[in-house]
Design a binder for this molecule. Structure first.
Ligand SMILES: Nc1ncnc2c1ncn2[C@@H]1O[C@H](COP(=O)(O)OP(=O)(O)OP(=O)(O)O)[C@@H](O)[C@H]1O
Length: 661
């Protein structure tokens, strides 16, 4: 293994950063003359900052920023690199000129030149559900035609079959095992075995890809998440990517990859092609931050795979110490991950473990709110305080506690307010019907979403008058537009379109739920509404992913707890509407606490990180893979600079917290 070089004084750095004094290790990377560099280092050990230094150095040496390309896996990492450039003093107009992209957005931009038209993007599982079912039906049809029964076709109600297909699809695409000759290789049990997937998934993969890329079309009918990366990698693999493509960055002189540990085969093919250019390359990552192995992420790409594939000789550089947090947290991290972790931080990091109980006085959210109030009273910026969650449903109680304490908050990408989640909107819609207070749902966009929630959960078949020629999607648009325009039309939509457009059993349940909400009052009211509705069954039909269905249950549990504080449905309904109004009413300029999921803040850092709800069964989550749960926790605790507050369930403490001590 090549020895990490000392900083070479014969090539002094031209770029002198603001706010930090680079270490010799950083300077070595900033000014390295080797043309291919890999840096593997712990969380917070300045990986992103150091590639920012390298970009800045290149710019100082006259390389046009547009000829510098930096690729990341996530949008958060892309933004973190932009922020790191700003922090070290690169002027914002220069930062904007660097090409900093996710692999997926880069691939989309390249493919746009080849696609003969606009390719719709379907980023979520929900938006792909119909397509997957069409593929399932096509495979069932093939089986019937052949008079065979090779495997059991999932029944229409079994949406978990769709979910597991999408996972298998992402994995097969990330690993690129079928890309070269998918059309030629017959789907056999042997082939499925060699790919490590089920025979049914293999057959579905082919049917799904046929609908995405019909033989008579030059470009796909749609792209799901990651499909652009896959399509571009496939063209490269088959050597069908034109060499003279205008959108290809042929003149790239500096190529950087952040989060290289998240790389899969498809991304690696794109990177290898980019490396054909005579450019400098630096990849940085931390194999303990792999949280996307389901998408084929493999640490081998940080471990010499480039060298094996191409002509480049890799030199490894090191970044030994974390600047983000102090030795106390470094030691805890080291124990948790059983690897060396040292700190060079000049500031202290206080790690506090607090326990919570279910009761109100001692609740987790109450303690988090107290910590934030203390933070604010010591004149710290609220935006430096992040509350990181393992599950979206954990935000219900927290948001309410924050709103009650007048603490402004903002969501990190990937999380939205519980008030806007379809199951909550369904309840809000029902309460609007029951209390006859339609005008209280003030925001047109919310009314749209309420109608969409009814259609989603109740599987409404719209039959608008004189609209037989319109598809369901087009009819839905007309109805939601009407709801947006007119506050009072919700009743009409509920009675004339929802109740008449659903299965009679569902209509009966909806009527009963409204009756209960109208006639009854007192504790447990919402529980009875939800029970009458059989919302659990509606969620099973509505959502593809079992994780999402669990989230429905979690959100409803949170809502139930909250509803017990109100004596009438009308009061509760008004509380939800007022909460939305308060949330929307926050001035954009206010600095706010950040509320986010752990995975969506990878690459970011905060002065104070609070990790609430550390309970066995919540974090680690039993449905996640053990290593990725561990990696997620590692990512969460290493976002903290000065304070890390861990809120641990008194009765069922998360096993992860024990491992820190
Ligand atoms: N030489 C330095 N002196 C002091 N602070 C530094 C130095 N270099 C980087 N930092 C700071 O250390 C912190 C962590 O840096 P950075 O975000 O680049 O780490 P990272 O390795 O990319 O983290 P992650 O693994 O979470 O993505 C940042 O606040 C950064 O500004």
């Amino acid at each position: 293994m090549p020895v990490a070089p000392q900083h070479d004084d014969t090539r002094p750095a031209r770029f002198v950063p603001k706010n930090i004094a680079p270490t010799l290790e950083q300077l070595a990377i900033q000014t390295a003359v080797d043309n291919t560099i890999l840096v593997e280092a712990n969380a917070g050990a300045a990986k992103t900052t150091t590639i920012a230094l390298r970009l800045a150095e290149s710019w100082s040496r006259g390389v046009p920023p547009a000829n510098c390309l930096a690729l990341t896996y996530t949008v958060a990492a892309r933004d973190a690199l932009g922020a790191a450039l700003g922090k070290i003093g690169v002027p914002s107009q220069v930062v904007r000129q660097f090409r900093i992209e996710t692999f997926e957005s880069f691939a989309r931009a390249v493919l746009a030149e080849l696609d003969g038209g606009v390719v719709p993007i379907r980023p979520t599982a929900e938006s792909l559900k119909e397509i997957v079912w069409a593929a399932i039906e096509a495979v069932a049809h093939e089986q019937r035609e052949r008079g065979r029964q090779d495997f059991e076709i999932p029944s229409l109600g079994d949406n978990s079959a769709v979910e597991s297909f999408l996972r298998a699809n992402h994995n097969l695409k990330g690993r690129m095992l079928l890309a070269a000759d998918a059309d030629d290789q017959p789907a056999t049990q042997d082939l499925a075995d060699s790919l490590g997937c089920s025979y049914m998934h293999l057959r579905l993969f082919k049917a799904y890809e046929r609908s995405r890329q019909p033989w008579h079309r030059d470009y796909p009918t749609f792209r799901g998440a990651f499909d652009a990366t896959y399509d571009l990698a496939t063209l490269i693999l088959k050597d069908e990517l034109p060499r003279n493509l205008g959108a290809w960055p042929a003149r790239v002189r500096v190529l950087l990859v952040d989060e290289m540990h998240d790389m899969n085969q498809a991304m690696s093919l794109i990177l290898t092609r980019l490396l054909d250019a005579n450019c400098f390359f630096c990849g940085v990552g931390d194999v303990d931050q792999v949280i996307y192995s389901a998408a084929g992420a493999d640490s081998k790409f940080m471990q010499g795979e480039i060298q094996r594939r191409g002509t480049r000789r890799i030199t490894r550089y090191t970044l030994t110490s974390s600047f983000r947090f102090d030795a106390t947290l470094a030691k805890a991290v080291s124990r948790f991950k059983a690897k060396p972790c040292v700190s060079a931080s000049a500031h202290a990091t206080h790690v506090t473990t607090l326990s919570y109980a279910g009761d109100d006085a001692d609740s987790c959210e109450r303690q988090v709110v107290q910590a934030i109030l203390k933070w604010r009273s010591s004149r710290e910026k609220l935006s430096g305080f992040a509350v990181l969650l393992r599950h979206p449903s954990q935000s219900v109680a927290l948001e309410n506690a924050l709103l009650a304490a007048n603490i402004p908050y903002v969501f990190a990408p990937g999380l939205d307010s519980y008030l806007m989640r379809p199951e909550i909107l369904l309840i809000r819609g029902l309460l609007a019907v029951a209390t006859d207070r339609f005008e209280s749902i003030d925001v047109p966009q919310t009314r749209r979403k309420v109608v969409e929630a009814f259609v989603l959960f109740c599987d409404v078949r719209l039959q608008l008058q004189n609209c037989d020629h319109l598809s369901q999607r087009e009819q839905l648009k007309q109805v939601v537009d009407a709801a947006a325009d007119n506050k009072l039309i919700l009743r009409d939509i509920f009675e004339n379109h929802v109740l008449k457009g659903v299965d009679p059993t569902v209509a009966k349940r909806l009527r009963e739920a409204v009756r209960i909400a109208r006639m009854e009052a007192g504790p447990q009211l919402l529980a009875r509404v939800i029970e009458a509705l059989r919302l659990d069954l509606l969620a099973i039909a509505a959502f593809v992913e079992s994780g999402r269905r669990e989230e429905v249950q979690g959100n409803l549990r949170g809502l139930l707890q909250l509803s017990d504080r109100f004596s009438t449905p009308a009061d509760f309904f008004m509380h939800l509407n007022e909460s939305e109004a308060r949330l929307r009413g926050l001035p954009a300029s206010t600095t706010r606490v950040v509320l986010g999921l752990v995975e969506s803040v990878k690459g970011l850092e905060f002065e104070h990180v609070a990790l609430p709800y550390l309970r066995q069964g919540e974090f680690p989550c039993p449905s996640g893979t053990p290593l990725e749960e561990e990696n997620l926790f590692y990512v969460g605790i290493t976002r903290a600079r000065r304070f890390l507050s861990l809120y641990v369930d008194r009765d069922f403490p998360s096993a992860f917290v024990r491992r820190l001590h």
